[in-house]
Design a protein around this ligand. Sequence first.
Ligand code: F0G
Length: 464
Amino acid sequence: MELPWAEPYRMKTIEPIRRSTREDRAAWIREAKYNLFNLRSEQVYIDLLTDSGTGAMSSAQWAEMMLGDESYAGASSYYKLKDSIEEVFGFTSFLPCHQGRAAENVLFSALIGVGDAGAGKVVPGNSHFDTTKGHIEFRKARTIDCTIAEAFDTQADHPFKGNVDLGKLKAVLESHPREAVPVCILTITCNSSGGQPVSMENIEGVSALCRTHGVPLFFDSARFAENAYFIKTRERGYADKDVRSIVREMFSYADGMTMSSKKDGIVNIGGFVAFRDEALWQKASTFNIMFEGFNTYGGMAGRDMGALSVGLKEACELDYLESRVGQVAYLGGLLTEYGIAVQRPYGGHAIFVDARRLLPTVPKEEFIAQTLGIELYLEAGVRGIEIGTLLADRDPDTGEERYPALELLRLAIPRRTYTNDHMKYIAAGLANVKERAASIRRGYRIVREAPIMRHFTVELTPAE
Ligand code: F0G
C-alpha cells in the first residue's frame, strides 16, 4: 500500500499543557469579558488562536539563536538573512522589521504617505488582512476587495479561492487615476478568505494588469510556502516542479513583499519588507530607521534574524509542507465527518468553521462566530478566533457595522506544534457544541470597543 505522510521530525523538548473544568472556564471567560484574547494561556488547553509566532523551531534554528550576532550595524546574522531572502525570493534589497504590521507601516509610509496622505486613494487586493487594512485606513486611504465571488461561499469547491477577480481589478484600475492607486496588495495565501491560495495564473494576471497601469504590486507573503504547495498540488503544470522554484516564479511577478515571519518564517517574532526598486528601498529605509531600527536589524535581534534565515528555507521543504497542510486537512476531514460545515477546500494554515450554518438561530447583531468561539472554549478549552463582524470593524465613514459575507470561526494550527490526537480532541469538542446548537439562541453585545481593530480589546456581555 502507499505509505501515508508522517511528521518529518521527532520531538526533543515538550511543553506541558493542562485541561481544566467547565466551571473554571465559565469563570475565566466571564472575567475575560468574553474576549478570547483576554484569556491567560494557562486557561487554554489547545490554543488555535493563531499560527503566528506559535510554531516550534528546529534544532538548526536554535543553533542559529546561539550564533546570533547582536552588533548594531552589519551583524553577520543580518547577512545570513539577506542571503536567504535573495535565495528564496530573489530580492536583494530588504528591511528587517519587528513583525508583519511593522513592515506594512514602513511600506505604506513610503508608498501612501503619512498622516492623512491617503485621502482619496485606494489600495485594491484580495481580502486584505486586518492590520493591512488598518494601516491603509489609518492613512485615510481605502481598500477595495477584488477577491473572486466563490471565496464567499464556503461550500463552493474552487482550488484557488484566494484569486483576484481580474475584471473587478481592471475596473478599479481603469476608474482611478494612477496617483490614486499607490499599490496593489496580493495576500498569499489569503488569510481572510480562509487560508485560500492564489494560483500562478492569477498572480501573472494581476501582475500584468498592474504593470499596464503602472501600479506597483506587493505580496503580503506571510504564508507564501503554503501557497506554493497548493500551486504544486492543484495547478496544472506544477506537479513536477519543486517548491523552491515555484516560490521564485511567484515572486518574479512582484515588485516587493511584506512578510510576517511569524508564519512561514517559522520563528516567534520578526518580519521584513523587500523591494525590487532601490529608490523605494531608500525612501522606506528612513521610515524603518524611525519606526523600527537601523537597516541591518530593524526591530529584530540578531539571533532572531539567524533563526529566520533557516526557517524560510525549512518552510519550503516538501515533507514539511505535506505534513503541515496534511494536518490541517486531517482536522477538516474529521469536522466534515461530524457534519460541520467548514470552508472548502481546506486552507493552508487553518480550518474555518462556517458559524452561521452551525448556529443558525443566533442573530447577526450578536456576533455569531464569536459566540461559537466562546462555546468551543467552554466545551473543550480550545481557543479559536472570530473572523466575522467583530474583526470587520465599523465602516470608518458611517460608523455602521459592516457585516461580512462570512461569519467564520478560525481554528489556526501552529506549525510543528500539535499532534493529530490534538486534532481528534478539537473535532470532538466542536461536535459536542453542534449537538447542543439548537439551544444556543443568543450571542453577545458590545460593552466597550476601540475605534480601529477593535476585536483585540472588545469587551462583551451575554445578549440576554
Ligand atoms: N498579513 C497577514 C496575511 C497576516 O495573517 C498577518 C497576521 C499579518 C499580515 C500581520 O503580521 O502579526 O506579524 O504583524 N496574522 C496573524 C493571524 C496575527 O493570526 O492571522 P504580524
